[in-house]
Write a protein that binds this ligand. Structure first.
Ligand code: HEC
Length: 428
């Protein structure tokens, strides 16, 4: 029966019927004891509430809702495939290499993946409905999540010029530049970007120079005493990726900005660098039927604390790592996005106690892998020789890195604090 449900509701996912067919075969062979072990009601529903519903519920960006057993059952097989591959939830950071603690981590734990796999392999049983957790309630999409956290509405709201995405058609990149109307310089404490409620279905991602929209992400709040300057008269540049969903939808993005009180100047300035972009322009070269590796080296002149890392490549991008080469010669892998996916622009925000703390003279080494072979399913044409460029069919690489520069004294103090917190003395 599940094929019928699935076929009716999600015609474009015709392949799921085939996959669900496989579930029947498995069912026949599954041992009854296994079925009782892991159930939807007791074990799987809480995981989906925690890790999937933010996007997979009605009115949100994901193609199907996953809030009840009836909704989830037809997708069991596809869910297994996506979570095992690390495609869903969209979090493509290596689980074994580099720093592992992020404030916006939406990934599944190894145990959670295991639970889902066992459940699907046992025939995806419901179990005892009495074990079901209460339905999760979600704040209305019209709220500012950062506002909820800070306890007040934004000081400034700027909206992008509306865009109408046709029912069918190619993906569009919409890049309006909008006046902010700011008449004085102010320091930013937090920012959040959000589309209209309807627009959530067509916005793939939205960037501005200030912040980006990604579902499941509650905007950016900077650590105390840390901020960015919004200058009087500054314009807001949007860069929004829209895709068609079978019905015409008009959307605009709103950016909300929360400032420090007038006159307050935070001690640390959040800086942003598209690290590697110049090296990439000079050297990027991707022959047909080839997997390439490119490197960029970026020296840090001052002691630096890195806040976040967001690799950027196009459809042939495969992986990107960021290492630190310390002045002592020691090399440390900071982060390795193993399973890069061009459709997702995930910004990995380090937890405070592990954010890279690097001395002056450190060299950041980026390594970008691109796959221009037929094995890369996103590759439109492996016979092409690809150069650096802005179009999706061209390619590129750089890492958006947000960081603050520290004084020597503050750097020493922070290193010492970490050393004490860790109870060790091997912290560089
Ligand atoms: C940040 C939002 C987000 C989160 C969190 C998320 N998804 Fe998704 N999911 C999407 C979007 C958007 C798509 C369609 C585009 C794509 O596949 O990248 C999708 C696609 C899928 C698909 C493939 C559907 C198809 O067309 O075949 C599956 C299966 C899936 N998600 C399962 C899950 C599961 C299970 C979780 C939680 C463990 C999860 N997703 C978490 C946004 C999300």
């Amino acid at each position: 029966m599940q094929q019928t449900t699935c076929g009716n509701r999600f015609r474009r996912h015709g392949r799921t019927s085939l996959l669900a067919g496989g579930v029947f075969l498995m069912l026949a062979g599954a041992a009854p004891a296994q079925e009782a072990d892991v159930t939807f009601a007791r074990d799987v529903a809480p995981i989906l509430q925690e890790k999937c519903e933010a996007c997979h519920r009605s009115g949100q960006m994901a193609p199907m809702s996953l809030t009840t057993y009836q909704e989830v059952r037809p997708w069991a097989r596809a869910i297994r495939t996506k979570v095992v591959a690390g495609d869903m939830p969209p979090w493509h950071m290596s689980k074994t290499t580099g720093i592992q603690k992020f404030i916006n981590d939406i990934s599944l734990t190894a145990d959670q993946i295991d639970t889902i796999v066992q459940w699907v392999d046992a025939g995806a049983p419901l179990g005892n409905p009495e074990d079901l957790p209460p339905a999760r309630t979600w704040p209305s999409g019209e709220r500012w999540r950062v506002g909820d956290l800070l306890g007040r509405d934004p000081d400034l709201i700027v909206t992008s010029t509306p865009w109408t995405q046709p029912a069918e058609g190619q993906d569009q990149w919409w890049q309006p530049v909008v006046e902010s109307g700011m008449s004085e310089d102010r320091w930013i404490k937090a920012v959040e970007v959000r589309p209209t409620l309807e627009g959530r279905r067509i916005v793939h991602h939205g960037n501005t120079a200030l912040a980006e929209f990604a579902v499941g992400k509650a905007g950016e709040i900077y650590p105390d005493d840390t901020g960015r300057l919004f200058k009087a008269g500054e314009k807001v540049r949007f860069d929004i990726h829209y895709h068609s969903v079978g019905e015409e939808i008009t959307d605009y993005l709103s950016i909300g900005v929360w400032f420090y009180p007038t006159g307050v100047v935070p001690k640390y300035v959040v800086k942003h660098s598209p690290m590697g972009v110049f090296q990439a322009m000079d050297t990027f070269d991707l022959p047909p039927h080839t997997v390439t590796k490119h490197h960029a080296f970026i020296p840090l002149e001052k002691p630096t604390r890195i806040l976040s890392y967001q690799p950027h490549m196009h459809v042939r991008g495969k992986s990107m790592s960021m290492e630190a080469i310390y002045p002592s010669g020691r090399i440390e892998m900071l982060s390795y996005v193993e399973n890069f996916n061009f459709n997702w622009h995930v910004n990995y925000v380090y937890a405070d106690d592990v954010a890279p703390l690097l001395p002056a003279g450190t060299m950041i080494k980026l390594t970008a892998w691109h796959d221009n072979t037929a094995a890369n399913r996103a590759n439109p044409d492996p016979t092409q020789w690809v150069g650096w460029g802005q179009r999706t069919i061209d390619d590129m690489y750089h890492a958006h890195v947000r960081y603050v520069e520290l004084t020597e004294e503050d750097y020493e103090r922070m290193v010492e604090e970490r050393r004490q917190a860790a109870g060790t003395d091997n912290n560089q």
